[in-house]
Design a protein around this ligand. Structure first.
Ligand code: C2E
Ligand code: MG
Ligand code: MG
Length: 508
């Protein structure tokens, strides 16, 4: 445990006692030698010299004391910043230095060094759930077990709350790297006996090799973390070795994030519209607005690539408002008896004043609320159930209709459906594409249709690509269809789609 940088009590007592005793002995010696009586024989210059000498001695003691204090403070700062208090391992800062040293050694000797990044999945959640005291206990036990299982000659550091790094020189490997990692994963994932309970954890591991994967500690740490994230995404309790492709994906995401703001200002975005048809009558009932990004240099960038980034960065609210206003304006150029369906992101749905924004977009475009449909995913609604229910009710009261998008891909918790006001369930494309080959999917679709009807809503099937899918959907009782079979999304062109002939959607 690090000391206090202020002088320690023992040091103060020793200094005071030492100086006091020293002073006393000096006085006694002076009296015994009748030094003071002899002062008359000493010339003023010699007397001055003695006084100056004593002053110099006092100054030297003071300086020694000061520098001892500085040393002590330096050690304190070193311990505070370089050593993790809980585990005693080098801290993140110290590990960066050690990785740098390892890079230097690799360059000198040519012997590779592996960096194993080990992370306890969702440690923050575990910490919140079991309390910080037990969280600390878990980290302590984890650190001990890691030390016991790491080969000799390795360096272990604590990089973050639940994250550790092990530096393994090639010569420290007893078998292969794969064997070591597998063994570490197995050992580290065994439950931890804490004072209150036995705690299970999942571990993810990312690995980089020096010099192959870089010669800068920060770059190496970033890369081991990318590998770790890949491992985590591919399933619980796995490991992954860094591959340059991972950097490319991360760089691309970063590029998208940095470009989104400029793209909005430049006017790169546009809306394409995909028609929706009533399955019984073949009547064109509405259009889904789908966002398109045409970058001046990179061309079209699909929504699946930029919407999640826009969500994470928060720019989705600005982008979503642009879509809403533009969609409402475009609707006035489309047939009066059709609606425009706009996708709302979860962040947009829960943040800010959505109701005020919708009202203002409708008013500016002079659009009747009945001609606007908002598509929201299940995930968006489960974030805060009460708030979601309130917003949905307000929108419905205004006359705006609500469609639940991608139904069947989220939690599909049926009980929440009863609390929510909505007009339509959009059956996800994954069900539609399985219809022709998997007979049980037809039964599932029929069940969704029945459920939807029981709740007073309609069903729309997304991603209809073939006639036989349309036939099966009709048999299942689906109301509305949308998909490439009927029309692909395309730029706004009010005359592009007409009602489809009824025979095209009839049961044969
Ligand atoms: P979504 O809302 O489920 O939209 C349907 C997606 O399926 C669209 O992809 C559409 O082009 C595609 N699609 C339609 N019919 C077919 C078909 O027959 N076969 C196949 N394979 N695909 C079909 P897109 O335009 O790439 O959009 C993907 C997702 O991006 C959308 O899924 C939606 O979640 C999101 N998105 C698009 N525009 C917006 C927007 O303005 N705001 C927000 N928040 N999300 C948007
Ligand atoms: Mg949609
Ligand atoms: Mg969908």
């Amino acid at each position: 445990m690090a000391g206090n940088p202020k002088r320690a009590l023992w040091f103060k007592i020793l200094t005071i006692t030492g100086s006091g005793t020293g002073g006393l002995f000096l006085g006694l010696w002076a009296m015994k030698s009748n030094l003071l009586g002899n002062f008359s024989h000493i010339s003023p210059a010699t007397f001055g010299g003695i006084v100056a000498g004593l002053c110099a001695l006092a100054a030297a003691i003071a300086a020694m004391s000061f520098f001892a204090g500085v040393d002590e403070s330096e050690e304190y700062v070193y311990r505070e910043t370089r050593i993790d208090k809980l585990t005693g391992f080098p801290s993140r800062l110290a590990m960066i230095g050690k990785i740098s040293d390892a890079i230097g050694a690799v360059k000198r000797t040519g012997e590779p060094v592996f960096m194993i990044d080990i992370d306890i999945d969702r440690f923050k959640h575990i910490n919140d759930a079991i309390g910080y005291q037990h969280g600390d206990e878990l980290i302590l036990e984890f650190g001990k077990r890691l030390k016991a299982n790491a080969p000799r000659g390795t360096t272990i550091g604590r990089m973050g709350a639940g994250e550790f790094v092990v530096l393994v020189p090639d010569s420290a490997l007893e078998g292969s790297l794969d064997m070591l990692v597998e063994q570490l994963l197995e050992e580290m994932a065994r439950p931890y006996q804490l004072t209150s309970h036995s705690q299970s954890v999942n571990i993810s591991v990312g690995i980089v090799a020096m010099p192959k994967d870089g010669d800068d500690p920060i770059v190496l740490l970033r890369r081991s973390n990318l590998a770790l994230q890949r491992a985590r995404a591919s399933g619980l309790g796995t490991w992954s070795v860094f591959h340059p492709e991972m950097s490319r994906v991360a760089d691309y995401r970063q590029w998208i994030e940095s470009e989104l703001g400029a793209a909005l200002e430049r006017g790169d975005f546009d809306l394409h519209y995909q028609p929706q048809f009533d399955l019984l009558s073949g009547k064109l009932v509405g259009y889904e607005a789908l966002l398109r990004w045409r970058h001046p240099e990179r061309g079209m960038i699909p929504p699946s690539e930029f919407i999640p980034v826009a969500e994470e960065s928060g720019i989705i609210c600005e982008l979503g408002e642009w879509v809403l206003r533009r969609g409402c304006r475009d609707a006035s150029r489309l047939p009066d008896d059709t609606y425009v369906a706009i996708n709302l992101s979860p962040t947009q749905f829960m943040n800010g004043d959505l109701i005020a924004m919708v009202k203002s977009a409708l008013a500016d475009a002079r659009l009747k609320p009945e001609r606007l449909e908002l598509e929201i995913t299940e995930t968006a609604m489960t974030l805060d159930r009460d708030k979601a229910a309130r917003i949905l009710r307000e929108l419905s009261d205004m006359g705006v209709s609500i469609a639940i998008d991608d139904f069947g891909t989220g939690y599909s918790n049926l009980s929440y459906l009863m609390d929510f006001t909505f007009k339509k369930l959009k059956i996800d494309r994954s069900f539609v594409s399985r219809l022709e080959h998997d007979s049980s999917t037809g039964a599932v679709v029929s069940t969704i249709v029945g459920l939807s009807r029981a709740l007073g809503a309609h069903t729309l099937a997304e991603g209809v690509e073939t006639e036989s899918q349309a036939v099966l959907l009709k048999a299942a009782g689906c109301d509305v269809v949308q998909g490439f079979y009927y029309g692909k999304p395309q730029p706004l062109d009010p005359s592009a789609y007409r009602n489809v002939p009824v025979k095209q959607v009839a049961v044969h």
